[in-house]
Ligand binder design. Sequence first.
Ligand code: ZN
Length: 156
Amino acid sequence: MYREVILDHYRSPRGKKPVGRVDIVQNGNNPSCGDEICLKIEVEKDKVTGVNIDCQGCAISVASASMLAEYLKGKSVAEAQKLGETVRKMLRGDEIDIEVEFSEEFEDLGALQGVRQFPVRIKCALLAWIALLEGLKKYNNGKGADNSMVSTEDES
Ligand code: ZN
């Protein structure tokens, strides 16, 4: 069943609209599969007002990035951070309480959990979220718009 959710996001990825102003830009790659992402975020008064994603890669990396684009809009910077950390935890197999962490709004994210059965694919799903967390870290340090690259290889 999770395949259908993944395929839906893969076939019509969210986050294609350009953002008005680039407050955060973050490139990321996943060398083990060849997936690449460029994430751009517009922030207005501490809220994410635009998310643009250019992701070239396998179905899982594209679907995961699409979910990120869908869920991030309208969230505060702190909420975006919390979401990113929660998804990373989930994909690493750490214990999270889905009931608490994910409301119905985020139910598609449950589809990413199926990826854990295929360890080689975990980094594909992680790519967008580690790019988000790195971009937010830079943003919080006043360097959100600095061009930089993060790699899933840096994930322990
Ligand atoms: Zn991949």
